[in-house]
Design a protein around this ligand. Structure first.
Ligand SMILES: NC(=O)c1ccc[n+]([C@@H]2O[C@H](COP(=O)([O-])OP(=O)(O)OC[C@H]3O[C@@H](n4cnc5c(N)ncnc54)[C@H](OP(=O)(O)O)[C@@H]3O)[C@@H](O)[C@H]2O)c1
Length: 338
């Protein structure tokens, strides 16, 4: 079977297909025949050598949709043949992958393998940001950066189901799509200053919730447009996740920009909050995570949540999938199809 490896840090061309033996599931694991693998921005940061969850060399890929074809010891054989989705520590860019049975969830009958691979990372992250930690309510306004991406489109759907007003930042060519799915105001952050536009849109009040995966200067500006009682959810550093090589200077600037703003006296005097989310390092009971995922799948079943697929590529063209995201062209989730 094939796996796509990050052999060394660098541009998309460093992704290499290797032929390897089919893995045998260990005790407590199942082997999934991968029909679709999610491509996440974290994979790109891993390829650039700036994401500790992907120590090079490694096979990236944090989620897959497929079918269970083998089970290890202590796993119920009833899993065999089931259509599933799963989050993974890594390894999803492959024809088959072994996953802990505790991380595997059966897909609703109407959910395709592609939708399954597009679901867990984006919707769990968006759920944590918007509902669990962001506590968004219908009378509030949320500013969603990267609103047209994988996590962004999931967050838009959840915010829309709550009934809040939505402001979305995205490259201009995504705005028609975003308006069609319920974003009330779009900002092209590549052309306009989002801080000024948010003030204009809200009559100077600011917004109650901001989802910011950009980093550095963006965190500082986001902080300045929080309304009283507002919450800023930070969950990424896209600003340092692109380019042909590691960007240590960018990482340093992003970290510095963040540090400057968030002091306890500053937070108290403004009555605002800042929180972070890292799905890959939550450190919570897998059963709890699973119960959140099951609830999100129930919302999928009811039609409130639908993954937006923004591009599919054969497994061996993983480099093109990375290029699409890095060039900011993707609307929704990008997938590899082994
Ligand atoms: N903490 C967590 O648990 C967690 C989980 C998942 C994802 N994330 C983070 O969330 C962010 C989005 O991830 P995703 O997988 O959903 O990706 P994505 O949003 O589907 O793709 C990236 C998009 O980000 C925007 N962008 C903004 N600045 C960029 C830059 N400097 N370089 C390239 N693109 C840039 C581009 O869209 P526009 O130009 O249209 O805005 C691009 O299309 C990433 O920072 C990722 O690391 C965090």
């Amino acid at each position: 079977m094939r796996q796509v490896w990050i052999e060394r840090a660098g541009p998309p061309d460093v992704l290499t297909v290797r032929e390897v033996e089919e893995p045998a599931p260990a005790a407590g694991e199942v082997r999934i025949r991968v029909e679709a693998a999610g491509v996440n921005f974290g994979d790109i940061m891993g390829r650039l050598g700036t994401y500790p969850a992907l120590p090079i060399p490694c096979v990236p890929g944090f989620e897959v949709g497929g079918r269970v074809e083998a089970v290890g010891q202590c796993v119920d054989e009833a899993w065999l043949g089931r259509n599933v989705l799963s989050m993974l520590p890594r390894g999803g860019y492959a024809d088959a992958v072994c996953a802990a049975a505790s991380a595997v969830v059966e897909r609703p009958a109407e959910m395709s393998a592609q939708e399954g691979a597009a679901f867990p990372v984006n919707y769990l992250t968006a759920h944590l940001l918007v509902e669990r930690m962001g506590a968004l309510t219908p009378d509030e306004t949320v500013l969603i950066h990267s609103a047209g991406g994988g996590v962004g489109t999931a967050a838009v759907q959840i915010a829309r189901s709550i009934g809040a007003q939505i402001i979305g930042c995205a490259s201009g060519h995504k705005h028609d799509f975003l308006k069609s799915v319920g974003v009330d105001h779009c900002i092209d952050y590549t052309e306009e200053d989002f801080e000024t536009r948010v003030r204009d849109i809200t009559g100077g009040r600011g917004v109650e919730l901001i989802l910011d995966p950009i980093g550095g200067q963006s965190f500082r500006k986001s902080c300045r447009v929080l309304a009283p009682t507002g919450r800023l959810g930070i969950y990424g550093m896209s600003a340092v996740g692109t380019g042909k090589a590691r960007n240590w200077l960018g990482s340093l600037k992003a970290a510095w920009g963040t540090r400057l703003r968030f002091t306890p006296p500053g937070l108290m005097s403004q009555s605002v909050g800042v929180f972070g989310v890292n799905l890959g390092n939550l450190g919570i009971d897998p059963e709890r995570l699973r119960s959140w995922l099951t609830r999100l799948l129930e919302s999928y079943h009811q039609g409130a949540l639908r993954p937006v697929i923004g591009g599919t590529f054969p497994l061996e063209n993983a480099a093109d999938a990375h290029r699409l995201i890095e060039s900011r062209q993707n609307v929704g989730k990008v997938l590899l199809l082994p």
